[in-house]
Design a protein around this ligand. Structure first.
Ligand SMILES: [Zn+2]
Length: 222
């Protein structure tokens, strides 16, 4: 590390993105690496995607870290989250996809936020997997944030028809890995998967940074 880097790390020491403890290097402390709420595969049925995996559950410090990433401009957190996602994809979905893309935000939200959080996560994750992601989807209709819609049926209706494929040639006959930040009911992922399948994708599997603990419970109860 050069002098400017050393000065910067004294003024702004790296902190664990989950508990904010100061670190010598890296982005996650040993105790968080051990103690984070680990998820894995989210079991479900009735969606248009075949499988969905997440390294983490969306709860406690994971939730705070993701809110900071998405709403308070902490874009650097994509690096650590991407590393966790790539590890989970390697363990759970190896050999099950040949194209990687993400759930895009609307142009209006992109202007307001300044970055597309799922695109950042996708680029970090795919980079570690040695794959270049493609911009296969675009959001063609601005929708209220799904977190403001209370029922699973309302969430599905909110995003129906909200996405389009940019170029069917990118997905036709391909097995697509679709990446997003957070899964709650799976409505957004399912709508994007439906859009990809309608455009000729062979199959869609999903990976998100964190899944609501209710994602597994909710499916089991139905
Ligand atoms: Zn920590």
């Amino acid at each position: 590390m050069g002098l400017p880097g050393r000065v910067a790390s004294l003024l702004f020491p790296p902190r664990c993105m989950f508990c904010r403890r100061i670190l010598d290097e890296g982005w996650i402390c040993p105790s968080c690496r051990e103690g984070l709420p680990r998820c894995g595969e989210i079991r479900g049925h009735g969606e248009f995607f075949s499988r969905c995996v997440a390294p983490l559950y969306y709860t406690g410090t994971v939730r705070s870290a993701l809110l900071g990433f998405k709403f308070r401009g902490k874009r650097g957190r994509a690096v650590g989250l991407g590393e966790l996602m790539a590890q989970t994809v390697r363990e759970e979905l190896a050999g099950e996809f040949d194209t990687v893309t993400w759930v895009p935000i609307s142009a209006r939200r992109l202007r307001a936020r300044g970055f597309d959080q799922s695109e950042l996560l996708c680029r970090e994750t795919a980079g570690r997997l040695g794959v270049t992601p493609v911009r296969a989807l675009r959001k063609i209709r601005h929708t209220p944030a799904n977190s403001t819609v209370r029922t699973p049926e309302g969430r599905a209706a909110n995003v129906l028809g909200a996405y389009a494929v940019t170029d069917p040639g990118l997905v036709r006959g391909r097995r697509v890995l679709l990446i997003d930040d957070i899964r709650t009911t799976g409505a957004t992922l399912s709508e994007c998967a439906r859009t990809l399948l309608m455009a000729g994708a062979a199959e869609v599997v999903c990976a998100v940074a964190a899944a609501a603990p209710s994602a597994n419970r909710w499916k089991k109860d139905r």
